[in-house]
Design a binder for this molecule. Structure first.
Ligand code: NCD
Ligand code: ZN
Length: 349
């Protein structure tokens, strides 16, 4: 009999965009409900580029948590060409900044202030390597000569491989991988110094889904979904039980008006049913027994945190569960959650 109920340590989400202001207020409960800790991305407008700004952003999040919430935001600092290594190291030592995020300039939403050439931040990376601070990378190389579907594979060759050669002890998380090239590079080279997060939406949709019957802006994110063979490689990696792959939703809410537009922005709001989406994928792959290691164990092990003591129970239903409805922010914006192409049978109980 396949398992129909699983009880696992309550997971952490190792990649979220919580935004600020009214959007933060509206989306925070969804992440705080399903996860104990979350790595909070710093690509606000303006980006969170100093330890002081990181502390202020953390305070803003903490102030919006309901009393008694056990949720802990783990904060990140947005690297720029001008990042001050001393400030970053101090923020890390003070327990304010958990990790730093490398956005190659213009690679994604609010990445205009990102790093123009990694060589420019070599002194910062040197320091991070020394103090054991993780570097989180948006792994895409952007250029007029690079097809959007090839950006991730090009990043491995042009940036990641040289970076790991120059900083062999630096802990790197290759965020939201989308290709078989990334999955096999991390499977072959991952361990103490390299791991990858995988999102629920990249496990559920390939690039065809973005164009099924018309253009579907709510399936558009960066890195963009790839061919079916890549989705299958991601499913294989996530469900493999290997220690270098772990949960990171990349939930990235945007107002519907910004997504359903002539120039719609990248980002998928998957927080409301993230755990259910992952569980479904593991079940479909016949690997539900490996869900706990991916969702609850590998992330803490890589970051050096304890596994959470609290438990969560997921149960397979006999009929599909209801898909999360759009939500509204206090300033009247509507945000549409990710709707998978096929039904979800798993539910948090
Ligand atoms: C993210 C966002 O909207 O902040 N968008 C996305 O498509 N994933 C940024 C990111 O993580 O690339
Ligand atoms: Zn992201």
């Amino acid at each position: 009999m396949p398992e129909t109920t699983i009880v696992i340590p309550k997971p952490d989400d190792w990649h979220v965009h919580l935004r600020d202001g009214a959007m933060l207020r509206a989306v925070l409960p969804y992440t705080a409900r399903s996860f104990v800790r979350a790595i909070v991305m710093p690509n606000l407008r303006p980006p969170v580029t100093t330890s002081k700004a990181v502390a202020a952003y953390r305070d803003q999040i903490l102030a919006l948590l309901p009393p008694g919430s056990g949720f802990t935001p783990l904060m990140t600092l947005y690297l720029t060409d001008a990042t001050d290594a001393d400030d970053l190291a101090q923020g890390h030592a003070d327990g304010i900044v958990t990790a730093a995020k490398l956005y190659p300039a213009n690679a994604t939403t609010n990445a205009e202030h990102g790093v123009s050439d990694v060589k420019k931040i070599y002194p910062v990376l040197e320091r991070m390597q020394k103090i054991g601070m993780p570097l989180l990378v948006h792994g895409e190389t952007v250029g007029k000569d690079i097809d959007i579907f090839d950006r991730e594979a090009v990043f491995i060759d042009r940036t990641l491989i040289p970076l790991r050669r120059d900083f062999p002890e630096l802990k790197i998380v290759f965020e939201h991988i989308t290709t078989e090239q990334a999955a096999s590079y991390v499977a072959e080279n991952g361990g103490k110094t390299l791991a990858a997060t995988i999102t629920p939406h990249h496990l559920h949709v390939n690039r065809n889904a973005m164009f099924a019957g018309g253009i579907r802006p709510h399936y558009y994110c960066l890195p963009v979904a790839k061919r079916e063979q890549h989705r299958q490689a991601l499913v294989k990696a996530a469900t493999s039980g290997k220690p270098m792959f772990f949960l990171g939703t990349d939930t990235a809410p945007h107002a519907d008006t910004a997504k359903e537009s002539a120039c719609g922005c990248a980002g998928i709001f998957c927080a409301p049913q993230a755990l259910e989406l992952y569980a479904q994928c593991f079940d479909d792959a016949g690997k539900i027994a490996n869900f706990e290691i991916f969702a609850s164990r590998n992330g803490p092990a890589f970051y050096g945190f304890p596994v959470n003591a609290e438990k969560v129970t997921l149960q397979k239903q006999t009929a599909p569960i209801e898909i999360a409805a759009p939500i509204e922010t206090a300033d009247g914006q509507c945000i549409t959650p990710f709707v998978p192409p096929s039904p979800l049978m798993w539910k948090i109980v």
